[in-house]
Design a protein around this ligand. Structure first.
Ligand code: GH3
Ligand code: MG
Ligand code: MG
Length: 423
């Protein structure tokens, strides 16, 4: 690729000399454009793509300094390196050369090698700058292509963001983001199960805590509100690069909602919203396991509605469902938050209470009376039978259920609306 150099000097012999020197370069072929005034030079700059300017300082009408200012104030030409060629060597002139945007200066009469080497140097620097600028733009392009929110921080201030972040916060530029969010961490919602500022030690930087969690193979999940005040859940990845931290936030809102629903569905009964059979089995097993090191009394109760088939046959299945829901409310209002209450079948429920069997018997009998006296919508009255047993050493879920089932059978067999126990 040919290199275009513009040489502006009001004295023709100077131009002639410079041209000769530059064309003597054996390694590079320069295209030399010449101008005898700043006007002429500016005109050439409009028409051609110039790579470097050699500019005389003292010229009639527009001098070199003024011309340089004009070149630097134009977006299209401001990056072209200017080397001043001047006869003046005083400090004021030299200082002014740089002040107006010159990259360098050469004094007349100049040394041939010096001129060639300076020109080569500044052309090389210009190439490097261009490369760097391209690199930056190309990195930004990669960032902007990502759906994840990406941002770079020095730990204090946001240094770089991608388009996804601007869109998320409805901002036009990094500057707008910086103005409103001194730290993106301020926008993390404070909620259990999510990473937020309240969980960080005062002597730790929040990004370092994220890096530490990630290296401990922990998932870092944050919740952030967008400009419409809608909450989104993100999984965070981070890395440290020199003094910078690069963080990506990937939107997992949909998956996280799904898995929460899935988790709920796996543990709770859809009709009554209490634990289902699977959750109950897990919880009872955990309780039995704990007995190995925490010895405490607990009882297991099976509850079955009496003649429930008749309710369905008389009022229909839908009313039957309403009875189940109302019964759950009645029982819930009678037990403590820590007690376990689950629906394990159609009209069969279980309870686990932290109490000994003597007191448990009284509590359950009271519950039985309570249900008996409750006025149920439509069906008015129902009764329930209960089978109770207490945890014994070496019990398993099966052995406990077997005894409770036997007690329940006794309650049914002895006329229903009864509480029976099996030791
Ligand atoms: P018992 O006093 O011997 O327990 O008599 P029962 O009629 O309650 O017992 P049975 O086991 O014969 O009948 C249970 C009935 O529960 C059968 C079924 O119609 C009803 N059922 C089971 N699951 C549901 C449900 O989800 N909704 C409704 N509405 N009814 C259910
Ligand atoms: Mg039954
Ligand atoms: Mg029944």
């Amino acid at each position: 690729m040919s290199v275009n150099i513009l040489c502006i000097d009001d004295i023709e012999i100077n131009i002639f000399t410079i041209k000769n020197v530059l064309q003597s370069d054996k390694d590079v072929k320069y295209n030399i454009f010449t101008a005898l005034s700043a006007y002429e030079g500016l005109d050439i700059l409009i028409k051609y793509k110039i790579d470097l300017i050699l500019l005389d300082v003292m010229m009639p009408e527009i001098d070199g300094f003024t011309a340089a200012k004009m070149i630097k104030s134009n977006k299209r030409t401001r990056d072209i390196p200017i080397i001043f060629v001047t006869a003046k060597k005083d400090d004021v002139t030299i200082e002014k050369c740089y002040e107006v945007g010159g990259r360098d200066y050469i004094t007349k009469p100049f040394n041939t090698t010096e001129l060639l080497k300076r020109v080569e140097l500044h052309l090389r620097l210009k190439d490097k700058e261009k490369l760097l600028k391209n690199e930056k733009e190309y990195v930004q392009n990669i960032l902007d292509l990502q759906d994840s929110l990406i941002f770079v921080t020095d730990g204090t201030q946001v240094i770089k963001v991608n388009k996804a972040i601007l869109n998320f916060f409805n901002k036009k530029s990094l500057f707008e983001i910086q103005k409103e969010y001194s730290c993106i961490c301020d926008s993390f919602e404070i909620e259990d199960g999510y990473f937020h500022l309240d969980i960080i030690d005062h002597n730790e930087l929040w990004v370092d805590k994220i890096l530490k969690d990630l290296s401990d193979k922990k998932d870092v999940i944050v919740k952030i509100k967008n400009y419409l005040d809608e909450s989104y859940v993100f999984t965070v990845k981070a890395t440290k690069f020199h003094e910078y931290y690069i963080l990506t936030f990937t939107d997992i809102t949909a998956i996280s909602k799904q898995s929460k629903e899935f988790e709920y569905g796996a543990n709770y009964d859809a009709l009554t919203q209490i634990y289902n059979r699977k959750a109950f089995e897990r919880l009872l097993n955990e309780k039995i396991d704990k007995q190995r090191y925490i010895k405490s009394k607990f009882i297991f109760i099976m509850l079955d509605i009496d003649f429930f088939k008749k309710v369905n046959d008389t009022y229909g299945h839908q009313i039957g469902d309403e009875v189940l829901k109302q019964l759950v409310n009645v029982v819930n209002s009678h037990i403590r938050d820590d007690d376990i209450f689950a629906r394990i079948g159609g009209e069969e429920f279980v309870l686990i209470l932290d109490i000994n069997i003597e007191n448990g018997f009284k509590v359950i009998n009271h519950l039985r009376e309570f249900i008996e006296n409750e006025e149920f919508d439509t069906v008015k009255n129902i009764t329930c039978s209960f089978g109770i047993t207490e945890y014994k050493k070496d019990d398993s879920i099966e052995s406990m259920m077997k005894r409770a089932d036997k007690a329940l059978y006794d309650a049914k067999d002895s006329g229903r609306n009864k509480v029976c126990q099996e030791l």
